[in-house]
Design a protein around this ligand. Structure first.
Ligand SMILES: [Zn+2]
Length: 703
């Protein structure tokens, strides 16, 4: 995942020095210059009390910088307006860079309280800037006269991006419509947070309490132990409690032999917030869909999908539908074939029974063990975390010439964090990277890459990036932390984002690094995952405690199992992406009377199997109804298509480390930020647009 924390500030704001300092701010390290190696954060000096005054001062400075653009006497042009605006707000970016990284990687209740104040403060500031009529008048004048200025490609992209950011926020509307839009935005935000809070409450309220030992049959020991602990916490000693949290419900439906209990927990999961009680989300969805359609119409678009897709790589709804339908054509038959195999196994256990959704995970696991004799525990000793990290560094060195050297003199915020200096082939400094591997109470879940400072050029001087990659691996008490193969590939994934920032070679803050369209940002990360499991790469780093290299037979087994059940996993994701599109193709006047009926009608269009619900059903589809990912779920699918197609370029040369191809990927994509249209950049690398063939071939669904 690529966090867009800095983008949350919605503005082009980046690092820099400050000009005015109030006397009570002089001892605030957040607004001072940092005399640390490469300007890294002096974590040890920053106290919680420093954040709010620093944000206030940074907003004040940003406003003053914007006033200076407005007060400029000369006619507005690219340099005195667009570039000036892009370089403004640097102190705010510096403060936000530290703050938002700490709220994810090292938070606490006090910091969360500050976050509640900073959120609305930043939202208001963003609105104030983007709805500033005087500022927009200048931006628009530059835009209208763009043909008269001799702009290069990056400048053209920046002008386009800046102008559209204002327009898409409603800058062109009259004041009556602007007021309406602000009201719609406010209602959308309120409904989205209600959706999320309902989901959290209903998910947490369900408990499957087991009091008979025989009902635990088939479950792994670690799961039984965790369920006993949950019961203890709930003061139900001697019982076992399973919940709808992923680490509980999924292993339960995968291993539990008791079919009716599988049914019970599975149904509770897929009917979350769909039960007509106080937490029901159906009404919220109807309102949200209609409000989003109104927003799109106010801004002059046919549908919300048209509005969102305008600045993506897939620019129209029909392109997204074509992508999804093209893939479903293969994944649905593949899943149907697996279903008939599972049906046969079920018939042996329960004669006459029909395969249901709560049987799928259970029989898929049975086939995996019987047919492939595969057990994840077999591979684990070969994926020691430091070896995996070093393996990933070595792959990056071979491909792009970057090297990583540990720096013990750079301050960290937590003792398990290590810091690396990245250099290029000429031994020149490229950037700094923090590596934060382990889970802890102060860190939010998941894995991500984020920046403290992004690369750009100011007054002819290159500002180098400072980035961080964070994971949530369980630290082993033995000192040798091992990972599953999937966990290992997550290191490659986040490092892919990291090199997208590190290799950036752009001029403006808003066009550098990972500032690319949302359906392009996962290409550098997902493509690097391909190297993680290549036999020749595994032989480089996958070694057990005795230093023995992973055996070829095990590599072979990993390869075969890799594609098993792929029809299911693809279909459920494609179905969710399709559903996301269907909701956002509606007009504001199209009222949905029944959310469940709407879902069924949409899923019937793609011939979805009754045993496969979409990965997210509407009432708990929080990507789409709880936040900013509406008309965005397809991006995951699109990225898979692109990364498979792009990796194929390496495979076709017969050498996955082919220098010419790697150079091309670096020069046309990794170093280019958003200095050009994403599809054009891709085509320059690949010679053609991405096709779905590679992903279908890799998955074994197309020969
Ligand atoms: Zn990612």
């Amino acid at each position: 995942m690529k966090k867009t924390i800095l983008a949350m500030l919605s503005l082009a704001i980046i690092l820099g020095s400050c000009s005015r300092k109030d006397s009570n701010l002089t001892d605030n390290p957040l607004i001072q210059d940092w005399n640390t190696p490469h300007g890294t954060v002096p974590f040890e000096k920053i106290k919680l009390t420093h954040y709010l005054p620093a944000f206030e001062e940074a907003i004040k400075q940003h406003n003053a910088e914007i006033d200076a653009i407005i007060d400029e006497k000369n006619a507005p042009n690219f340099e005195n307006t667009i570039a000036q605006f892009d370089y403004s707000g640097q102190l705010l970016s510096k403060v936000g860079g530290v703050f938002y990284n700490m709220t994810s990687a090292n938070t606490n209740p006090e910091l969360q309280t500050i976050e509640e104040k900073v959120g609305p403060m930043m939202a208001k500031h963003s609105d104030d800037v983007l709805m500033n009529a005087k500022l927009f008048a200048k931006v628009k004048q530059v835009w209208d006269n763009r043909a008269k200025e001799n702009l290069n490609q990056e400048q053209k992209m920046l002008l386009d991006k800046t102008y559209k950011k204002f327009v898409r926020a409603g800058a062109l509307l009259d004041s009556e419509k602007q007021a309406k839009l602000r009201k719609v935005n406010e209602e959308i935000t309120t409904l989205q947070s209600k959706f999320v809070s309902n989901l959290l409450k209903e998910t947490k309220s369900f408990k499957l309490v087991v009091d008979k030992k025989e009902d635990l049959k088939g479950l792994p020991e670690w799961l039984i132990e965790a369920a006993a602990n949950t019961a203890k916490e709930e003061k139900q000693n001697g019982k076992w409690i399973f919940t709808l949290d992923n680490p509980s419900v999924f292993p339960f439906i995968t291993y539990a032999e008791n079919r009716s209990l599988r049914e019970k927990i599975f149904k509770a999961r897929i009917n979350r917030n769909n039960n007509g009680n106080e937490f029901d989300n159906k009404n919220i969805i109807s309102k949200l869909v209609s409000l989003r359609a109104s927003k799109a119409e106010l801004l002059g678009y046919k549908t919300f999908a048209d509005y969102v897709l305008e600045d993506r790589m897939n620019k129209t709804p029909s392109q997204v539908y074509q992508l999804l339908e093209g893939l479903l054509k293969y994944s649905v038959p593949a899943a149907t074939k697996d279903a008939s195999e599972f049906q046969k196994l079920l018939a042996k256990d329960v004669p006459g029974a029909k395969l249901e959704a709560w049987d799928w995970f259970y029989y898929a696991e049975k086939v995996k063990q019987q047919k492939f004799n595969f057990n994840e525990e077999e591979t684990r000793p070969y994926f020691e975390i430091n070896n995996v990290r070093q393996g990933c560094f070595d792959v990056i060195t071979k491909l792009y010439g970057l090297t990583f050297t540990e720096r013990k003199d750079i301050p960290v915020y937590e003792k398990d964090v290590t810091v690396y200096e990245c250099k290029n082939e000429k031994n020149e400094h490229v950037g700094i990277m923090y590596f934060d591997p382990y889970t802890r109470a102060s860190k939010v879940g998941g894995a991500w890459c984020n920046g403290y400072r992004e690369q750009f050029v100011q007054k002819g001087k290159k500002v180098t990036p400072i980035i961080t990659v964070c994971f949530n691996y369980a630290k082993s008490a033995s000192g040798r932390t091992t990972l599953t193969a999937e966990e290992a590939s997550t290191i490659f994934h986040e490092m892919g984002h990291a090199i997208h920032s590190l290799l950036s070679n752009c001029v403006y803050p808003s066009t550098g690094g990972t500032s690319v369209p949302r359906d392009f940002v996962e290409l550098p990360s997902q493509i690097l995952e391909h190297w993680c499991t290549q036999p020749q790469v595994l032989r480089m780093y996958a070694k057990n405690e005795k230093g023995e290299v992973i055996p070829d037979a095990l590599i072979k087994k990993m390869e075969t199992v890799g594609n098993f059940n792929i029809g299911f996993s693809m279909t459920e994701r494609f179905a969710a992406a399709y559903l996301d599109m269907e909701f956002h193709m509606l007009k504001s006047t199209d009222k949905i009377a029944d959310i469940n009926a709407f879902e069924k009608k949409s899923m019937d269009k793609i011939g979805l199997l009754s045993q496969i619900p979409p990965r997210y059903r509407p009432t708990y589809f929080s990507h789409v109804f709880g936040g900013e990912y509406a008309v965005g779920y397809y991006s995951y699918v699109w990225s898979e298509v692109m990364d498979a197609d792009a990796f194929q370029a390496f495979v076709e040369t017969g050498d996955i480390f082919d220098k010419t191809t790697a150079d091309k990927f670096k020069n046309e994509i990794l170093s280019r930020g958003s200095t050009d249209d994403a599809m054009e950049m891709y085509k320059r690398f690949r010679g053609k647009a991405p096709s779905i063939d590679a992903v279908l071939k890799n998955s074994g669904m197309k020969k």
